[in-house]
Design a binder for this molecule. Structure first.
Ligand SMILES: NC(=O)c1ccc[n+]([C@@H]2O[C@H](COP(=O)([O-])OP(=O)(O)OC[C@H]3O[C@@H](n4cnc5c(N)ncnc54)[C@H](OP(=O)(O)O)[C@@H]3O)[C@@H](O)[C@H]2O)c1
Length: 231
């Protein structure tokens, strides 16, 4: 019997990544969840999801060599999809108080790491004509930028959007699809308690768009609400 296709989810120990793993497992998917260390405390929410369809690996996406090592460990396995979810926000992002080192670190995690991981897993995704969904943000939209600020985050996610579009074009001949999705403003550590969107609702929308990713919307800037965002 053929081995089942697995879906890789990065940044899976909390927030949207954890809920993506939870909802994928609930419908019977096989999931490779990554966390910064790969070490799961027995009382952690990811530990509570433990079962034979879930495997956890270390992948610190701030470290290119760690990304390479993780990809090397799984690239021979059957992969149906990759959800590049791990991401960071910044503290000093205003025009009057801008931390360039923080912005550079954000660029590595939010933009370069998803590209590196996508390319490193390309052989596995090509074998199964897999999908790559990158979690972007509404703050990446240039046409929707009416408030300025948030330099490092906006720039890194806009770069992620551009990367995904190029990847959609470059990997189409391998049968691999790539799109970005904004998950709404969701109640996670990053989104904060005042965010209007429940994590489960955000992730339901993200997974529906993952399922709907096909040739007709390859390369799109998707919204968890359905449909697409203005670039
Ligand atoms: N929540 C929102 O309102 C919102 C809105 C738009 C976009 N997003 C995007 O959605 C994604 C998930 O965000 P979230 O709200 O769930 O954020 P979160 O609650 O802050 O969780 C972020 C996740 O990314 C992981 N991560 C950060 N740096 C990492 C690294 N160097 N290596 C490995 N993992 C790392 C974190 O792991 P650790 O626990 O080890 O730090 C955590 O699992 C992000 O890409 C974010 O930009 C969120």
């Amino acid at each position: 019997m053929a081995k089942p296709l697995q879906i890789v989810v990065t940044g899976a120990n909390r927030g949207l990544g954890l809920e993506i793993v939870r909802q994928l497992l609930a419908r019977g998917e096989h999931v490779i969840a990554t966390t910064r260390t790969g070490v799961i405390a027995p009382d952690s929410p990811l530990a509570a999801l433990a079962q034979d369809r879930l495997r956890v690996h270390a992948c610190d996406v701030s470290q290119p060599e760690t990304i390479a090592a993780f990809a090397q460990a799984i690239v021979a396995q059957p992969l149906g999809g990759l959800i590049n979810n791990a991401g960071v926000w910044g503290d000093a992002q205003s025009v009057d108080n801008l931390d360039f080192a923080e912005a550079a670190a954000m660029y590595q995690i939010n933009a370069l790491a998803p590209l590196q991981l996508s390319l490193a897993l390309r052989p596995a995704l090509a074998r199964s004509k897999g999908k790559i969904l990158h979690i972007t943000s509404g703050l990446a939209s240039i046409s929707d930028n009416t408030s300025g600020g948030n330099y490092g985050y906006r720039m890194s996610k806009a770069a992620l959007n551009m990367m995904s579009k190029s990847l959609a074009l470059d990997l189409a001949s391998d049968g691999i699809l790539s799109a970005v999705i904004e998950p709404g403003w969701a109640k996670t550590d990053m989104g904060g308690p005042n965010a209007p969107t429940e994590v489960a609702d955000s992730v339901r929308g993200v997974i529906a768009q993952y399922d709907g990713l096909a040739l007709h919307n390859n390369g799109a800037y998707l919204s968890y609400r359905g449909g697409t965002m203005a670039w």
